[in-house]
Design a protein around this ligand. Sequence first.
Ligand SMILES: [Mn+2]
Length: 496
Amino acid sequence: MRLAELEVYNQIIIQCHDNPDPDTIAAGYALYKYFESKGKEVRLVYGGNLLITKPNIVMFIEALRIPIEYIEELKVEGLLITVDCQYGAGNVRHLGAEHVAIIDHHVQEVPAIKLQEIRNYLASSATVVWDMLCEAGYDVNEHPDVSMALYYGLFTDSSSFIEISHPLDKDMRDSLKYDKQLLRRLRNAVLTLRELEIAGMALIRHSYNDAHKYVMVKAQECDPNILGLISDFALQVDSVNVCIVYNEANEGIKFSVRSCVKEVMANELAAYLAGDLGNGGGHVERAAGFISKSKFNELYGHLNYDEYFLRKLTAYYQSFEVVDAGKMQIDLSKLRHYKKIPIPIGFVRLSEVLPEGEPIIIRSLESDIERIVKASDILIIDREGSISLMNEERFGTNYKILEEPFDVKIEYFPRIRKQNTGKVLYLESYTKKCIMKGDNTIYARPLEKAVKVFTVYSPDKYKYGHVGDYLAISETDTNDVYIIEQEIFKKTYTEI
Ligand SMILES: [Mn+2]
């Protein structure tokens, strides 16, 4: 959905979820300013049983003079937009409206409607709105209050940026201007004395699993940031390797995950715990997740949340094997022989778009690569948006250039950020096609049990292979063991 589609309405009500947090307010406020600049009659509202009292949120609203109003009833003329929540869901007061739009970053909870932009892979609704504003040509940095609000929305929804993983979230964090003094004041007004007590009580009632060295903590209702605070603290215990802290909020269960061992990546465990009930992600060491209450009740209504987490954790630890490439022998007799079907991928010769010596960050769905541009740098972009660098010589030996543009749709097409100026270079128009030369053969088998593979190139960070994905070994180097996702394998390999 594009913002332009909403501009056909002259009267627009923007509604935050009940018990508004900074993210819903930030996203709503940015939309408010945008539609105001288009000459619309706009209001920013929230309902529910409680007025905003949290000290940081009150400070946030006052400092930026955000015109948010509490409403009990409202007759909507024109368009109603719910932000950071979905019209019809339990966490947003129902207002009768004929025309509705949804802008959100949670899992889809209500039947899809025509006017919706729900991106559950992003860490905040502020990011969804920011991306839509950029697309509409609205320069957020020319409006310092909007820019600060969006920055704070992402900041609070990602435990101070710790739980960010998607490149768009990073792009917004890196490009917005913000008020450092205000952020500092807001950061230090998060806890009430009541919440300090909640954190203390939660820690007293932890449960510990000796076999896997994880600790689970249930907290009373509190700000989600406190979950991160409790888990950071609990992880410091010598016998604790993994920590899960959760609590019940209005619309679902929020949880925080921490890990200090390489066999468990916090972001992957968070996604596993949420399963189809919500979403989870973040970093290797710190992550967070959310489970929708309505989905939970549908599928696990007979369990309480403690039982659910314990069952999931038990299943998780039984679900995988660890493969340490290079340190173990794999029985090749159980594997079959395959050949890669040559499929064009993309490449950019960096020296054609940047001066040599320029410090840059190459950002992709999977990672950020920091680099000083060298004359011989070739950036390879595959069809999923993953990137790798190689030099001209290796590129020439292995790839044939096709003089065609690489026009593949990717969720996030890699971008380059110049470190000195913060300027962003979009690579779509510079990327050309190339294709691998010769035969690339491997041994492979489908996985009957999930594995975590530490490859020789990445001995500290595993790649998770799900049941049905393929365990692959290079024919020329049997230490080169890796995982190929099922879908990709079927598209790109053929048995010999
Ligand atoms: Mn949010």
